[in-house]
Design a protein around this ligand. Structure first.
Ligand SMILES: [Zn+2]
Length: 96
């Protein structure tokens, strides 16, 4: 995917760049294609995934995306499952 390379730089993944893009995304100012690329990128990066797993706005955003079917449902199911898993782990870590 040359476009992936252009937007995010495969092999030089930049979490800060992803954070900045998610902020724009949550403002609703990214186009649909970039939204999907961003969700894919987060799905690939445990650090980004963990960061956004605790971001309620992002979880709501992904859920909305599933309703609106802008990305493939499989991809969204995958990331939501991962977020759910991280949430569970976090709760386990916090609970005595
Ligand atoms: Zn990352």
């Amino acid at each position: 995917m040359k476009r992936d390379l252009k937007i995010f730089g495969i092999g030089g993944h930049n979490c800060k760049s992803v954070v900045e893009k998610v902020e724009i995304l949550l403002d609703g100012e990214l186009d649909k294609e970039t939204e999907c690329q961003l969700i894919k990128e987060i799905n690939k990066c445990p650090s980004c995934l963990e960061h956004y797993a605790i971001d309620d706005a992002f979880k709501k955003f992904v859920k909305n995306k599933i309703d609106r079917k802008n990305c493939t449902k499989d991809l969204k199911d995958e990331i939501l499952n991962k977020i759910k898993h991280i949430d569970t782990e976090s709760e386990d870590a916090i609970e005595p």
